[in-house]
Design a protein around this ligand. Structure first.
Ligand code: NAD
Length: 355
């Protein structure tokens, strides 16, 4: 069965990688991207697919109910892959309002519109609402705690994770109340091509290339699980096509790494791949800065359910994935240089220097 898929936030990091994955894997399917092109959205991320006949980009806000209604009906959408969000924890601390608006109100708007659309179509079983969420909704783990499973109670600690948790709860409720065929995925930290410069891995790559300090929060011993973005996209594909409505699936890479080790690793790869760095060895740029307020200590994901029920496993090791990512930032200076705008510099200064 060919699909007609609405991808919200498809001009962002994971959304764009997902669109590329979907177009390559299911060339017959229709893809409509709805994106408000916030600072994190970039049409360049979709340049490779823009000219396809069965691809459409629509500039607009997921909170705009009449626009969403129109797209669902006019494009006869049968599945939504919902990525659109304010996604950066540090920005949520500086200004939480946009996070509540897009992540909670925006998700609610999509759910209501999709419920109406699904009802109008006679409640087809094949319709899907995939809500792409984060492991951060589960809160923070101690060093010996078991990894997050799908039944771990929610305990979000940042405005970002709280807004994502709120949206997860709404999505869950729409299945239980209306039987709308929703599925939630909670994934660990992604990395790979097209990630906006504010996030840890691109920030470090770009700063190494520019000879700028590499800010590491606190003692650098916060632990994150890392997943190569292409593996995340493969997981979402499996969940849309074979996941069970009403279920939640955790997605993770089984790669727990302390932030400081990750940064040191990136420095080594850069030293090796880029012989003319402004500061060498790059690790000389590492600078410990004041910790982020409410900084979760450790995240770890148990993705056994996805593996045993749907047969997904990550295919890219962190060693390979980091090298591929560094190579991408080395080869795509034209992509990231224009993103270091005045707005971005102001955000960076406020977050790392003024605080
Ligand atoms: P991103 O910030 O790179 O992209 C977000 C996209 O959403 C941008 O293109 C932006 O323009 C768009 N957008 C924002 N507000 C909008 C609105 N009101 N209407 C329409 N479009 C809007 O984010 P990302 O890192 O690609 O994350 C995508 C999703 O995956 C998010 O829901 C995030 O919570 C989730 N997630 C991210 C990670 C990660 O490591 N990046 C991990 C797990 C889950």
């Amino acid at each position: 069965m060919s699909r007609r898929l609405l991808v919200t936030g498809g001009a962002g990091f994971i959304g764009a990688n997902f669109v590329h994955h979907w177009c390559q894997t299911y060339p017959e399917d229709r893809i409509v991207v709805l994106d408000a092109l916030t600072y994190a959205g970039n049409r360049e991320n979709l340049a490779a697919v823009e000219s396809r006949e069965n691809f459409q980009f629509i500039y607009g806000d997921i909170c705009d109910r009449s626009l969403v209604d129109h797209i669902l009906a006019a494009e006869e959408i049968d599945a939504i892959a919902h990525f659109a969000a304010e996604s950066h924890v540090d920005r949520s601390i500086l200004g939480p309002g946009a996070f509540v608006q897009t992540n909670v109100v925006g998700t609610f708007t999509l759910l209501e519109a999709f419920r109406q659309h699904w009802q109008n179509a006679g409640k087809p079983e094949a319709y899907r609402f995939l809500h792409v969420s984060t492991d951060e909704v589960y809160g923070s783990l101690g060093p010996n705690d078991p990894s997050f499973s799908e039944t771990t109670p929610y305990a979000p600690n940042s405005p970002y994770s709280a807004s994502k948790a709120g949206s997860d709860h709404l999505v869950r409720a729409y299945y239980h109340t209306y039987q709308l065929p929703t599925i939630i995925t909670n994934c660990s930290n992604n990395y790979g091509a097209y990630q906006f410069p504010e996030k840890l891995i691109p920030l470090m790559c770009i700063h190494i290339l520019m000879g700028k300090q590499l800010p590491v929060y606190g003692d650098g011993k916060n632990v994150r699980d890392w997943l190569y973005v292409n593996d995340h996209c493969r997981a979402l594909d499996v969940v849309i096509n074979r996941g069970t409505p009403g279920e939640t699936y955790n997605i993770g890479g089984n790669n727990e790494v302390e932030n400081i080790s990750l940064v040191q690793n990136l420095c080594q790869i850069m030293d090796e791949l880029s012989p003319n760095l402004p500061v060498s060895p790059a690790a000389n740029l590492i600078t410990f800065v004041k910790d982020r307020p409410g900084h979760d200590r450790r995240y770890a994901i148990n993705a056994n359910k996805l593996t045993t029920e749907l047969g997904w496993t990550p295919s890219v090791t962190i060693t390979t994935g980091l090298r591929l990512t560094v190579e991408w930032y080395l080869q795509n200076r034209d992509w990231w240089e224009p993103l270091l705008s005045e707005e971005y510099q102001a955000y960076y200064w406020q977050n790392y220097v003024a605080s």
